[in-house]
Write a protein of this length. Structure first.
Length: 360
């Protein structure tokens, strides 16, 4: 018998609700509503208080829209899932309190979902063949990590960023180039006009892959961001306004190329070391077509690459419903004391362990 699961996502600046229809074989997305908060563009980044207020104002109507798309009413729901973390704690609280109230009033099970686990499940809504084991690369504005996924609910951390996340670096470099917020899509568009090779920026920690060092799968993008800043400062007059369009495009190409080379090299190294035939990429940066194309080219003879469509890679409730539905089917439940946590750990996560190359 099919079950209907509601997902709620309010971890940052997207207010989203989704309805999932799950049977014994697979989960199917029946309704999805995502409302982005444009107000943050004015400030060049997310303002937590404004994000929380916006969620309060629109969450109810966003849930109604998702239910309408699915063609069902609240009474048909079999469970409520909601992002409990990580994210902005004020924004998370809005979704958690709404989800708890709704589940309690309907007498339905409630489940708090980890946002990162949601990203891992996102491609399954379009790619039913994505099943463990696989290497998972999660790249977003707040996180960059490489995971060994031997089974759903079991995650081994191979490496993560030591400072800035990849998405954060994209946002900051976009601001340096006068492209606004968020920065991923504008940088990718501008980079298509760039001249390859004019600006070659550092490949942070790439040498660790070649040396099979202790930080083989770790990332660092703070220094790369600083290198771009210095390039802008060395321009005539030392001001952004002095950069012509082509120079900005060349810088964008050089920056994107550096980030993607590191992400691809480390993911490919993990695939080789573990011997898996599948890799998945999730998170907002997974919308970058150049990254996906480069990874598929690198792994063409060894592994297939699973990536969700852009609307399921950015923050959305469909991925929360997918991860939550899987856990609900296992009998998991959250209590009415569920709390929002900005540092919520990924469930089942095991600390980094050495994974050497095939010839080590």
């Amino acid at each position: 018998m099919a079950e209907w699961v509601l997902g709620i996502e309010t971890s940052c600046d997207e207010t989203s609700a989704a309805v999932l229809r799950r049977d014994e074989s697979r989960a199917e997305l029946a309704g999805l509503s995502i409302l982005s908060q444009d107000v943050h563009r004015i400030f060049g980044g997310v303002v937590p208080e404004l994000a929380s207020r916006a969620h309060v104002q629109v969450l109810g109507s966003v849930v109604e829209r998702a239910l309408a798309d699915a063609g069902i009413g609240l009474s048909r729901l079999d469970g409520v899932t909601v992002t409990a973390g990580p994210g902005l704690v004020g924004a998370l609280l809005v979704g958690v309190m709404y989800g708890k109230t709704l589940a309690f009033s309907l007498d339905r099970p409630l489940l708090g979902v980890n946002h990162l686990e949601g990203h891992l499940f996102a491609p399954t809504l379009e790619d039913p063949e994505l099943v463990p084991p696989f290497v998972g690369l999660l790249v977003s504005g707040g996180h960059t990590m490489l995971l060994d996924v031997p089974a759903w609910g079991e995650y081994r951390l191979l490496g993560q960023t030591l400072d800035d996340a990849a998405g954060e670096a994209f946002d900051k470099v976009a601001k340096l180039l006068g492209l606004g917020y968020p920065g991923g899509a504008p940088i990718e568009r501008l980079a298509r006009e760039g001249q390859p090779g004019r600006f070659r920026f550092p490949r942070p920690m790439l040498q660790e892959v070649e040396r099979d060092g202790p930080h083989r799968y770790a990332f660092s993008f703070s220094g790369l961001k600083t290198a771009v800043l210095r390039t802008v400062q060395r321009s005539p007059g030392g001001e952004l306004t002095e950069l012509d369009h082509q120079t900005r495009a060349d810088i964008a190409w050089g920056f994107q190329d550096a980030v993607n080379e590191v992400l691809v090299a480390k993911t490919a190294a993990a695939v080789d070391a573990l011997g898996y035939s599948t890799a998945m990429v999730g998170g907002g940066v997974a919308c970058n077509r150049a990254l996906v194309a480069r990874l598929r080219e690198r792994l063409a003879s060894r592994a297939r690459v699973s990536v969700a469509s852009p609307r399921l890679n950015t923050d959305n409730a469909a991925m929360i419903a997918a991860a939550g539905a899987w856990r609900l089917a296992r009998g998991e439940r959250s209590g009415w004391d569920l709390e929002a946590r900005d540092d919520l750990p990924l469930p089942g996560l095991v600390a980094p362990q050495p994974v050497s190359g095939p010839d080590a």
